[in-house]
Design a protein around this ligand. Structure first.
Ligand code: NAD
Ligand code: LMR
Length: 329
């Protein structure tokens, strides 16, 4: 049976994450080895030539699942009929830029993109925002798309989730595939909270196995939360292949589901669960099934976790209030 190709729009396609991402999408790793895809690459005018070069390379791979590549600098064209949108392109913070300036500059990108998604995307559109500040950029795009169900707008904390799994595996000597039910709460920023209290290592409670609150507070949490900055320091550029890998994981899990007995972390509009104000795009533990996600309910939050979740959520509240003050939502 011939399947209709899925339209996947990638913004910032000529950037470093775009370069690490597009070949994996075209090879079938985003949606499945039997799902044909059409790529729509959105760039700013200065990025179009480089995007054309990447498209030439994609052609040269002769991927059987790749059914077409369109390149444009017009969001209305890029999101027309889009089923999946990966919003990667963003305005990086430059020297002397205050946080408000950064939010405003990104508002100028994510508001029109949200509107273009609202007006032109397919009814089943799923959006992942990667470009930083990812949670608040997702909120801006979502607010500009009132006709799209809010839950279709998500922000990426899967890279943090994967980082935390890897650090916990190292500490416990387990293999990464033995680690389950880890959670990233809050913002994709240094305030995020990687929570191992409900995590399992080969079926046993991770916090009990580790049994070392000092390691948790002084090593594990800061290592995961500041990993992005450590990569920038080491590479002279922000994470790219690992970020692209996490974007693939995020969408693949959303579409194809979480494994039985496990969950993942996604930045999603809060429904008020765990005391996170409704509407904020915050990271939660979620299970996915049939293309939908649900927040894992009923987890007991201890005092150690509560303070850290609240601090990250407070940062999201401040970011939301700042973009509200700028008229972006
Ligand atoms: P990059 O600078 O290499 O590429 C960004 C690309 O976006 C550029 O080609 C630029 O021309 C393009 N762009 C800018 N404005 C655009 C617009 N309005 N429409 C379309 N394209 C536009 O950056 P990168 O390394 O690929 O990173 C992209 C973003 O992802 C950054 O904001 C980075 O901080 C973020 N990031 C997020 C995570 C995460 O875990 N959420 C991880 C790593 C990086
Ligand atoms: C990361 O977590 O690697 C990135 O969000 C860092 C950054 O500031 O781009």
């Amino acid at each position: 049976m011939t399947r209709t190709p899925v339209n996947v729009t990638v913004t910032g396609a000529a950037g470093q994450i775009g370069y690490a991402l597009l070949f994996r999408i075209a090879s079938g790793q985003l949606l499945g080895a039997d799902v044909p895809v059409k790529l729509r690459l959105l760039e700013i005018p200065q990025g179009l030539k480089a995007a054309e070069g990447t498209a030439m390379e994609l052609d040269d791979c002769a991927f059987p699942l790749l059914r077409g590549i369109d390149i444009t600098d017009d969001p209305n064209v890029a999101f027309a009929g889009a089923n999946v949108a990966l919003l990667v392109g963003a305005r990086p913070r430059t020297k002397g830029m205050e946080r408000g300036d950064l939010l405003e500059a990104n508002g100028g990108i994510f508001k029109p993109q949200g509107k273009a998604i609202n007006d032109h995307a397919a009814d089943d559109i799923k959006v992942l925002v990667v470009g930083n500040p990812a949670n608040t950029n997702a909120l801006i795009a979502q607010a500009a798309a009132p006709d799209v169900p809010a839950e279709r707008f998500t922000a990426m904390t899967r890279l943090d989730h994967n980082r935390a799994i890897s650090q916990l595996a190292k500490k416990t000597g387990a293999s990464v595939s033995d680690i389950k039910r880890l959670t990233i709460w809050g913002n994709h920023s240094a305030t995020q909270y990687p929570d191992i209290f409900h995590a399992e290592v080969a079926g046993k409670n991770a916090a009990e196995i580790v049994n070392d609150e000092a390691w948790l507070a002084d090593s594990f949490i800061p290592t995961v939360a500041k990993r992005g900055a450590a990569i920038i320091e080491a590479r002279g550029a922000s994470s790219a292949a690992s970020a692209a890998n996490a974007a693939i994981d995020h969408v693949h899990t959303w579409v194809n589901g979480t494994a039985e007995g496990d969950w993942t972390s996604m930045g999603i509009p809060s429904d008020g669960s765990y005391g996170v104000p409704e509407g904020l795009i915050s990271s939660f533990p979620v299970t996915c099934k049939d293309g939908k996600y649900e927040i894992v309910q009923g987890l007991e939050i201890n005092e150690f976790s509560r303070g850290r979740i609240d601090a990250s959520v407070q940062e999201l509240v401040e970011e939301r209030d700042a973009v509200r003050g700028l008229g972006l939502i």
